[in-house]
Design a protein around this ligand. Structure first.
Ligand code: NAD
Length: 351
């Protein structure tokens, strides 16, 4: 089992170091190799996704990713900016299914901006299609109209095969959880969504134990705030998923706690916290490493079929929270405040 570790920029180095310690503590004989990416890739090798880094990623079974982003490189042309690295990896490795769980831990229920009785016990999973839709659809561009004004245009499109493969991922995930899958689209207005819905229904015939429902995206945005616990697994397209998964993450109120996975059809995955490189707190040993540690747990579950080891990590994190150990971002008076490495120590002790 070979893991490619890509710490990246800002707090990326600090948080991945803690996740690596946790993985090592499981004594599962992982081979781990590190490479520069993002701003670090540009500084070391002249490109945000250096060829040697991509080669290492391709030769591995999974990627543990920190974060990329370095404001001091924002003057570079777009293709050399740190953020291009993650887009390049998704494309090169065909990572079409993005898993974003949003879990509200009982100890952190006050961190949400929503009332505790609405979010307590929340545990939902949003699966977002990641390589198609309006973000990649052609034609796109900016053109001059006959009346002289400019017009920007993009194309929302989904091929049946693109929908089918992510729908399968959604049904399989739902089957492992509560057996409920909600497919989110805008089939009342968009042709691409009409095809989406038809394919979702067809794929559903292969999963008789999963109850499929459909919801329009505008309603889904409302329902996530009104009664988020009605959902278990949501599957949706790239743009709707982009927006809904960020909305769902904020139900939990703690950006430093949320992991994610981006998978291809061979269980290869890129595992990363949902937050960025947080340059404002980089190098100060105050970043919360739990999102990255929980991303490592997702790696064990989805790429290595080691659900029992994933649960060990998740249980250790819950135990640390129950003990009142907190980094600054989730701190409340009366708790024990620790830094990045201190949180890593606490998770190791709980393991
Ligand atoms: P950010 O997620 O880095 O930070 C937002 C806020 O949350 C900051 O105040 C930060 O201090 C805080 N924060 C984030 N992670 C934290 C953690 N683990 N513990 C405690 N506090 C945490 O978003 P931003 O400031 O908008 O972007 C910074 C850089 O990150 C930009 O260059 C952006 O492009 C990049 N970015 C990268 C990714 C990625 O690598 N996948 C994702 C989002 C943003």
């Amino acid at each position: 089992m070979k893991i490619c570790v890509l710490p990246g920029d800002g707090i990326g180095t600090e948080i991945t170091a803690q996740a690596v310690r946790v993985l090592q503590a499981l004594e599962l004989k992982f081979e781990m190799e590190e490479a520069p990416i993002g701003g670090a890739g540009y500084r070391a090798l002249g490109h945000p996704l250096p060829e040697s880094t991509l080669a290492l990623a391709k030769a591995s079974d999974a990627i543990l990713f920190g974060a990329v982003g370095d404001f001091s490189l924002d003057h570079l042309p777009r293709e050399l900016r740190p953020e291009q690295a993650i887009l390049g990896l998704r494309k090169a490795l065909n990572l079409f299914a993005n898993f974003r769980p949003a879990i509200v831990y009982p100890e952190l229920v006050q961190a949400s901006t929503l009332k505790a009785e609405v979010v307590a016990g929340l545990d939902i999973l949003i699966i977002r299609e990641l390589t198609g839709d309006i973000y990649f659809g052609q034609p796109r561009g900016i053109r001059r109209l006959d009346n002289g004004e400019r017009e920007g245009f993009d194309t929302m499109r989904y091929a049946e095969s693109e929908i089918r493969r992510v729908a399968h991922v959604g049904f399989q995930a739902a089957r492992k959880r509560s057996g409920r899958l909600c497919s989110v689209d805008k089939a009342n207005v968009l042709e691409s969504s009409q095809v989406w819905r038809e394919v979702a229904i067809r794929v559903g015939k292969d999963y008789p134990t999963v109850k499929l429902s459909h919801m329009y995206v505008d309603n889904a945005a409302m329902q996530l705030l009104k009664n988020p616990r009605q959902f278990d697994v949501i599957v949706t397209g790239n743009m709707f998923g982009d927006i809904l998964s960020d909305e769902a993450s904020m139900l939990t109120g703690s950006i430093g706690m949320l992991p994610s996975a981006s998978l291809n059809d061979r269980k290869f995955g890129l595992y990363e916290p949902i937050h960025g490189s947080a340059p404002d707190i980089a190098g100060k040993d105050i970043a919360n490493p739990l999102a990255t540690i929980l991303s490592a747990a997702m790696m064990l579950r989805y790429s290595f079929d080691r659900a029992e080891d994933a649960v060990r990590i998740e249980t250790a994190v819950k135990k640390v929270l129950a003990l009142g150990i907190r980094t600054g971002d989730i701190y409340e008076p009366g708790m024990t405040k620790v830094g990045t490495a201190g949180m890593g120590d606490a998770v190791l002790a709980a393991l």
